[in-house]
Every structure is written in structure tokens, then in C-alpha cells.
Design a protein around this ligand. Structure first.
Ligand code: NDP
Ligand code: 2IT
Length: 448
């Protein structure tokens, strides 16, 4: 917990006000534990109520999305956009489609996005959006109709210099294409308001790879700085095999590592020969339930329907890339017991607070999501820049820029950790402080 009485008071009020928002409170608590190191050192923070302001979204837009399914029945979903903080740039963050989407989850994501976007060094504020629409089992036409109806309300709240959505869990280039198409029809302009668009629609080369590749670039920095090591010969496990997990797996292999376990919602594959990532990607194009299918091609692989079984596979490096709160304390214990010494979060907040503490207390190097998975939004920022200039960079140019950004984020986290904790490897504290500093100074500059 944190010691500053200022933070204790703000958190007590927040916990009372949002008692029904556990994910949001979890994200704030984790953040407060870090800024505890600096919050009382700058009197302007308390004087200007920076912390009270930073935990409240600037705006929440909630709306209904009605749409007609393939059988002609009218369906109703709930949707929202949380525009959290615009101190350093237009609101920016993904859209999530998942039946468990609620205000707590979208607020935690928007809150973390604010500091992640700050770490990229690009001018982007924090936002997140989503709906409890479940894309699982929906036809292409149903997805299109839902996305179009979603935009019929959201369009009035977004814009290239106002709020720029992108993909997230359950939302990829297909969904963004349908949303952007409807948005463009309404606004009658090619403004690039969305990122992670298809390349032909003005998307950026390298955006699809960016989060997973960026995660590996970040881990490379940790390996070389703290262990004088590389990915070569390391055993890696990756939860989730979607946009982030599959691209992380591809890069791990390219850098000489061996991916021995992957998962999706249907279960876990443990393949000692090394996961065939090309096969995973091929299966993911035709089936949503891919782990079970993988076995038919690689009968020697072990399959389990228990998604937590992935954390029991012996490994050097674990990369949770599926969703929030995947690694609870018991899984953290499994990881340590089975030799894992580095955890890097590709997903947002996949590790609970007590699991993170356990890992850190047991000497595990830990890369928090808001730093390690910032490559995706960083290349989204590059997509915005290319759209604004009406020109495109090559894949190589984007990849080099992404690599530089990830190295720079690591350096900022490392230096802040050293300065405020006396140790260089508390990347959790380093990321939160480095992300917070730019945002709060911008808020001070802009008055109340
Ligand atoms: P996708 O929808 O592309 O993939 C998600 C993957 O995780 C799928 O394989 C899915 O399985 C699996 N999954 C979902 N829930 C569970 C669960 N409870 N247990 C096991 N597996 C599960 O999403 P993304 O890859 O885009 O996002 C993954 C995470 O990364 C999210 O936390 C997101 O917020 C974060 N993130 C994404 C970025 C991006 O650019 N896309 C950027 C930064 C962070 P199935 O297919 O079977 O449902
Ligand atoms: O969590 C994230 O950083 C994302 N889903 C990407 C957001 C973006 O605007 O590219």
C-alpha cells in the first residue's frame, strides 16, 4: 500500500464512490503505490488537486446500440467511450467488444492508456471504448451491421484531433474498416480518425505487428541490461493467440527463442518441439477455437482445457497476452516454482497486485503492460502522423521507429526507477512515475 496521506484520502473517497468498479480501483491502487515515491515532493500536485482530477475521466459517453441479426431479430447492446485525459493530446485508445465489458473495465483501460500514451513520447491523451457485444459466432454481416450502428452514435464524439479510436480485444482491422467506412460516409471526409485501419484504407504498415513486436523489443532491453542476455535459447510461454500473442510469438522465434506454450479461450497447447506459429495463424483465420484444432496437426502436443494450466509449463519468460487478471497469486507461485524469471505483460493488467508483488519479491524481472505493450498505440500515433501528412512510411521505417520508441520507454522506466527507488529494475514504479510526470505537468500548465 502507499504511505502518502494525500493518496490514502483520495483512494478512500474513490473506493467509496466506485465500490462496484474493482478493475478500475485495482489499476488506481497499483498506480498510487508507484507515485507514492514522488507525490509529496511537488507541492503543486496537491494544491492543484492533480490526483483527484487524474482519477476522474474528463467525459464518459454511454449509449445504446440496436441492430438487426441475420434472423431479422432486433438486438440491443450497451456501449460507451471513456475520454479519460486530454492533457497531452487528443483522446486515443482502443475499442473492445466482449460480453464482460462494463464501466469498471473501460475505465481501468482508459486510465492506464493515459500513462502508456505519455510513455510513447507522442502527443496522445488517454481513452478507451467498448461494448458488451459478443463477436463470437456472429456472421460477417452481423459484425458489419453492429459496427455501423455503433458509429451512428459514436461519430459525433470522435475526430482526428478530438478522439481517435483503434482496435483492442475482439476488434481488429475488419471491425475498424466497417466503423471507419460508416464514419467517413457521415462526415464526408477522409480524416484518418481511426487507427489500425487496413493498409488500403489508410492504415500503417507495421501496426498489426506493433504490440507483439514492441513487447519483444522491450524484453530484449531488459534481458541485455539486467542479465547480459538475449532471447536465444529461452523457453517462452504466451497466453492468448490473438493480435498481440501471435505477433509476439512470431518475434520471439525470430529472435532465437522457443515458444513452448500458447493458449486461447478454449485451452492451452504445450508443445515441447516448439509451437508452430504459422499453423496457429493459419488456424486463426478459419476457426476461433484454435488450440483444440492444433492437436490434430501436431498430435504430440499436450492440450488442456484449463486456461490457467499455461502458467505451469516450465519456462524462462512468460508473456500474458490475453486479458486482465489472468495471473492470480496461485499462478504466480506456479511460474516461480517452474523456473520463470521474467514476466512481460502484452495484455493490459493481466497480473493481479498480489501476484505482481509475489513475482517481484521472488526476483522475477517484471515488465508492466503500460510500458511493455505501448508499441501498438505508438504505431497508432505514427499512423495518425502519416494520415495527417498524406504520405506513408515503409515497414522498415516503422519498425525502426517502433524499436527506438520501445528502447526509449525502457530507458525512461529504468532511469525513473533508479532515481526514485534506488534500484534500476523496478519497472512498475518507473513506468508509472515516468508516464505520470508529463501528464501532470501538462495539467498544471493548462490551469484548473
Ligand atoms: P484479440 O481479440 O486479438 O485476442 C485475444 C486472445 O486472447 C484470443 O486468443 C482469445 O481467445 C484470448 N483470450 C481472451 N480471453 C481469454 C481468457 N479469459 N483466457 C484465455 N484466453 C483468452 O485481442 P488482442 O490480442 O488485441 O488483445 C489482447 C490483450 O492485449 C488485451 O488485454 C488488450 O487490451 C491488450 N492490448 C492490445 C493491443 C492491440 O494493439 N491490439 C495493444 C496493447 C494491449 P479466443 O480467440 O478463443 O477468444
Ligand atoms: O491497449 C492498447 O494500447 C490498445 N488497444 C491500442 C490502442 C491504440 O489506440 O492503438
Amino acid at each position: 500500500m502507499f504511505k502518502s496521506t494525500y493518496l490514502i484520502d483520495v483512494f478512500a473517497a474513490l473506493s467509496k464512490r466506485y465500490a462496484d468498479q474493482p478493475e478500475f480501483l485495482q489499476a488506481v491502487e497499483e498506480f498510487f503505490c508507484s507515485i507514492d515515491f514522488i507525490v509529496d515532493k511537488d507541492p503543486r500536485i496537491k494544491q492543484d488537486a492533480i490526483v483527484e482530477r487524474i482519477v476522474e475521466p474528463e467525459r464518459i459517453i454511454k449509449f445504446r446500440v440496436s441492430w438487426v441479426d441475420d434472423s431479422g431479430k432486433v438486438q440491443v447492446n450497451r456501449a460507451m467511450r471513456v475520454q479519460f485525459n486530454s492533457a497531452i493530446g487528443p483522446y486515443k485508445g482502443g475499442i473492445r467488444f466482449n460480453p464482460n465489458v462494463n464501466e469498471s473495465i473501460i475505465k481501468f483501460l482508459g486510465f492506464e492508456q493515459t500513462f502508456k500514451n505519455s510513455l510513447t513520447g507522442l502527443p496522445m491523451g488517454g481513452a478507451k471504448g467498448g461494448s458488451d457485444f459478443d463477436p463470437e459466432g456472429k456472421s460477417d454481416n452481423e459484425i458489419m451491421r453492429f459496427c455501423q450502428n455503433y458509429i451512428l452514435e459514436l461519430y459525433r464524439h470522435i475526430g482526428p484531433r478530438m478522439d481517435v479510436p483503434a482496435g483492442d480485444l475482439g476488434v481488429g482491422a475488419r471491425e475498424i474498416g466497417y466503423m471507419y467506412g460508416m464514419y467517413k460516409r457521415i462526415e464526408n471526409e477522409f480524416s484518418g480518425t481511426f487507427t489500425s485501419k487496413g493498409i488500403e484504407s489508410g492504415g500503417s504498415l507495421g501496426r498489426a505487428e506493433a504490440t507483439g513486436y514492441g513487447l519483444c523489443y522491450f524484453v530484449e532491453e531488459m534481458l541485455s541490461t539486467f542479465k547480459n542476455e538475449t532471447f536465444k535459447g529461452k523457453r517462452v510461454i504466451i497466453s492468448g493467440s490473438g493480435k498481440v500473442g501471435s505477433m509476439a510469438a512470431e518475434k520471439v522465434i525470430e529472435l532465437g527463442g522457443k515458444v513452448v506454450g500458447m493458449s486461447d479461450i478454449s485451452g492451452v497447447i504445450h508443445d515441447e518441439a516448439g509451437i508452430d506459429v504459422k499453423l496457429i495463424k493459419r488456424l486463426s483465420q478459419s476457426n476461433t477455437i484454435i488450440m483444440d484444432k492444433y492437436r490434430t496437426y501436431r498430435p504430440e502436443a499436450i492440450f488442456s482445457t484449463d486456461t490457467k494450466a499455461i502458467w505451469k509449463i516450465p519456462c524462462d519468460i512468460a508473456m500474458p497476452c490475453a486479458t486482465q487478471n489472468e495471473i492470480y497469486l496461485d499462478s504466480a507461485k506456479d511460474l516461480v516454482a517452474n523456473g520463470c524469471w521474467l514476466v512481460a505483460e502484452g495484455a493490459n493488467m493481466p497480473t493481479t497486485i498480489d501476484a505482481t508483488k509475489y513475482l517481484l519479491d521472488h526476483g522475477v524481472l517484471f515488465a508492466p503492460g503500460k510500458a511493455a505493450n505501448a508499441g501498438g498505440v505508438a504505431v497508432s500515433g505514427l499512423e495518425m502522423a502519416q494520415n495527417a501528412m498524406f504520405m506513408n512510411w515503409t515497414f522498415k521505417e516503422i519498425d525502426e521507429k517502433l524499436h527506438e520508441i520501445m528502447k526509449n520507454i525502457f530507458k525512461m522506466c529504468h532511469d525513473a526507477s533508479l532515481k526514485y527507488t534506488g534500484k534500476p529494475d523496478n519497472i512498475v514504479v518507473g513506468a508509472n512515475i515516468a508516464g505520470f510526470q508529463k501528464v501532470y505537468v501538462a495539467m498544471l500548465q493548462q490551469g484548473v
